[in-house]
Design a protein around this ligand. Structure first.
Ligand code: UT7
Length: 323
């Protein structure tokens, strides 16, 4: 089996920033409530003409430049998203031409909601392990502003738009040490967008195309599930609490993230947090956070990273990485 390591990272955030104060004017909420309950102060919102692939393209070019590569060095492209450009072709396929990736590469989208990036990373890793690919571009990209009910204060204050990318390459020693993916659809009503193409456009009414969440119940399941996931990841690698250098969590809520850091035995300075400035960008949040901490010099080569996510499905997953 081959090994894989992260060669480079990249990210992109749309220019427009929506502060909590702007939401105070739209729904019955306050900046103080949003900050205290979620840790969010602002989020980026895509311009009306920007789609998922536009955000993904910027993040990808950023990662390709950071690696000093040409696009024709990439033979596998996976996009994790719940807000793709079109029903088909996949967002990944649409990016092939725009990024100038050679014809014949592997390209597809992954739908696992907020856990999508960890799922996509795991899949890319397996392609490299088995020799099916040499260098994979793995992107998380979302335009959640398009699936929010902007009159629903329980959801519209939480999410933002953005994209993050990593390039994974075959390597002589292991960068990705282990991945752990799980799903259970039994509690689907707690968090969903209760409409999709096969339900027919005639049934797309009354906000059925928007995020619906029973936040408090999701919160409790998320904290419990992520605690067990962290224990599973440490045990699989013979590690103790405190052995990990950085937690790079899905950025849903600062209180959920902090609970996971405590479970890991990590001080909060060792948790990468972008939730204040980005909100929850679903599948984009982990690669966005990773890229921030790589570029500002916090995360150094050789350090041990734990990536984890929990989201609709429910889906959840982690990756332990020697960076
Ligand atoms: O990324 C995928 C996974 N998603 C998550 O992991 C999100 C998990 N859930 C959460 O992050 C939190 O549950 C929320 C941030 C969504 C909500 O925080 P909470 O502390 O669980 O609040 P709550 O839902 O229990 O609501 C407390 C109160 C309620 O009022 P009453 O019933 O106590 O009078 C809500 O109606 O806060 C009210 N509320 C708000 N108030 C001001 C709900 N949303 C708002 C709001 N502004 N935006």
């Amino acid at each position: 089996m081959n090994h894989a390591r992260i060669q480079s990272t990249g990210s992109y955030l749309p220019d427009s920033v929506m502060e909590n104060a702007e939401l105070e004017a739209r729904v019955d909420t306050t900046d103080a409530w949003i900050r205290e309950r979620t840790g969010i102060a602002r989020r980026h919102i895509a311009a009306p003409e920007q789609t998922c692939s536009d955000l993904a393209q910027h993040a990808a070019l950023n990662a390709i430049a950071a690696a000093g590569l040409q696009a024709d060095d990439i033979d596998c492209l996976i996009v994790a998203t719940s807000t793709p450009d079109q029903v088909f072709p996949s967002t990944a396929c649409r990016l092939i031409e725009r990024l100038n990736i050679p014809s014949g590469a592997i390209a597809f989208d992954v739908a696992a909601a907020c856990s999508g990036f960890v799922y996509a990373l795991d899949i890319a890793h397996r392609f490299i392990q088995t020799g099916g690919a040499k260098r994979a571009l793995v992107i998380g990209a979302e335009v959640f502003s398009r699936i929010l009910d902007w009159s629903d204060r329980s959801t519209c204050v939480l999410f933002g738009d953005g994209a993050g990318a990593v390039i994974l390459e075959a390597a002589p020693s292991a960068g990705i040490l282990s991945t752990h993916l799980h799903a259970d659809g039994r509690q689907e009503p707690l968090l969903n967008v209760p409409w999709g193409i096969s339900q027919g456009y005639e049934n797309l009414d009354g906000g059925r195309g928007n995020v619906s969440m029973r936040g408090n119940e999701v919160f409790r399941v998320a904290v419990r599930t992520l605690g067990a996931l962290v224990d599973e990841t440490l045990a699989a690698n013979d590690l103790q609490r405190g052995d990990v250098d950085w937690l790079v969590p899905h950025q849903a809520n600062i209180r959920i993230m902090s609970a996971t850091a405590r479970q890991l035995g990590l001080p909060l300075e060792r948790m990468v947090s972008t939730v204040e400035d980005h909100g929850n960008t679903s599948a984009a949040s982990i690669p966005l956070a990773l890229d921030c901490a790589v570029r500002d010099g916090r995360i150094q080569r050789g350090e041990l990273l734990l990536l984890e996510a929990f989201g609709a499905g429910f889906t959840w997953g982690s990756a332990l990485i020697r960076y």
